[in-house]
Design a protein around this ligand. Structure first.
Ligand code: PMP
Length: 437
């Protein structure tokens, strides 16, 4: 254990000005958060001077780790020229063309400032295109803060409803019931029940929103038949299929949708496509995206944002994505395979009822013999949650910064050695928690 008095003192100050001591609950850890000093490559240094290998990467948004020299250079050059204008910039057009070149489903693109905004814009575009009010989403999946996207992932099981008919439950208190009534919740990877529920709302559904590797559901992949069924159902019923690829775009050159050979009508993007800066984007077919076009009369869905497509984000994102080319994607996915299989070996050696899930460059360690199959199974009792927190704490003490859920997101700054070193720390932590499993 290291001296964390500086972080403790910072948290005391933070608590008296920021509710809960933070602007994003994500940074909290017990007994207090650790404050960052700087990052370089796959390392992050805290204010106490401790270096850790970063497997959180600002929740999957730093695909090249910290302060990649090419991104620093490109952004520094743009900084001298100004950071935001009430004018268009060429870097925006350059970057939009580049993103389009990665996936034929991305015929038109608009940039926004966060994943929340990207999902919100996707849902609003679908409603404008179909002139229908309802949206369908998978129970428990996280898609940001927009009221409609947020529903159905409360921590408490009391009001989830029947498993075959999940409730549209509010997350934030005070969310209007009439709004929740427009959210249709389907169970993950359960084709028959999902289709039954969708059928009941077929004339009112604008879209089905899905993340094919949802973090809150345990980083378990959507089944091929589930995704294909949603694609068929939406096509047959005049609704749109929306993929939330805010995290998963890293999975293939053109996004995780290419795992399934499916083209969604709209894809919400974010995180890594900002190269470390705030970003979101909505990409889709030309006819659907036409709802955003204000050139031939008022747009069906008017979309603006003061910092949308600001040149800093555009240049940083473009630089980052050019570096994350096909070869880099394949290399990072191979590193992910190595991470999952070596963690699997560590689990065997430790002889503990633990398993690892994930795909591509993401993994999740579950403190149970089997991975969950849906949101309800992913729910942790207070006791299990405390054990997971202790486990992630041991990893932290061993020099790894992991997401509190036991999830790791790789960056191209990592080597095979970093993965092997990580596994050694995981093995040590597994041995420590073994008596409690
Ligand atoms: N969708 C998914 C799948 C996400 O993981 C997140 C963020 N964790 C969001 C949307 C929201 O993105 P942001 O935090 O940039 O608003």
């Amino acid at each position: 254990h290291t001296d964390v008095s500086k972080s403790a003192a910072l948290f005391e100050r933070a608590k008296s000005i920021l509710p809960g001591g933070c602007s994003r609950n994500t940074i909290l850890r017990k007994p207090h958060p650790i404050y960052a000093e700087r990052g370089q490559g796959c390392y992050v240094y805290d204010v106490e001077g401790v270096r850790r290998v970063d497997f959180a990467n600002n929740i999957a948004s730093l695909i090249h780790g910290h302060a990649h020299p090419a991104i620093v250079a490109a952004v520094s050059e743009q900084l001298q020229k100004g950071t935001a204008f009430t004018l268009g910039t060429e870097v925006e057009i350059d970057y939009a063309e580049y993103i389009r070149s990665r996936n034929p489903a991305f015929e038109r693109i608009r940039f926004v400032n966060s994943g929340t905004e990207a999902v919100m814009a996707s849902l609003k575009a679908a409603r404008a295109f179909t002139r229908r009010p309802k949206i369908a989403k998978v129970e428990g999946a996280y898609h940001g803060l927009y009221d409609y996207a947020e529903a159905s992932q409360t921590a408490k099981p009391d009001n989830w409803g029947q498993p075959e008919r999940p409730s549209s439950v509010a997350v934030s208190r005070g969310t209007p019931q009439r709004l929740l009534d427009d959210v249709v919740v389907i169970p993950f990877n359960d084709v028959q029940r999902a289709l039954e529920i969708l059928d009941e709302h077929r004339d009112h559904l604008a879209c089905v929103l899905v993340d094919v590797l949802p973090h809150r559901i345990g980083v378990i992949p959507a089944a091929e038949d589930f995704v294909q069924a949603l694609r068929r159902w939406t096509e047959q019923n005049g609704a749109l299929l929306i993929f939330d690829e805010v995290i998963t775009f890293r999975s293939k050159f053109g996004g995780a949708q290419q795992w399934y050979d499916v083209q969604p009508d709209i894809t919400a993007l974010g995180k890594m496509i900002g190269g470390g800066f705030p970003v979101g984007a909505i990409a889709g077919s030309a006819d659907v995206m036409e709802v955003l076009n204000p050139l031939n009369g008022p747009a069906l869905f008017p979309l603006s944002g003061t910092f949308s497509a600001n040149p800093i984000t555009m240049i940083a994102g473009h630089t980052a994505m050019q570096l994350y080319d096909r070869e880099a994607v394949d290399r990072l996915n191979a590193l992910g395979d190595r991470a999952r299989s070596s963690i699997g070996e560590a689990i065997k050696i430790a002889d503990v009822p633990v398993c690892v899930s994930g795909r591509g460059s993401m993994f999740r360690i579950h403190l149970s013999a089997d991975a969950p199959e849906n949101y309800r199974q992913a729910y942790l009792s207070a006791e299990k949650a405390a054990l997971l927190s202790a486990f992630v704490g041991y990893l932290f003490d061993g020099g790894l910064l992991m997401v509190e859920t036991g999830t790791g997101f790789l960056s191209t700054a990592m080597s095979e050695q970093d993965i092997d070193d990580m596994t050694a720390v995981v093995l040590g932590a597994l041995r420590k928690i073994k008596p409690y499993l």
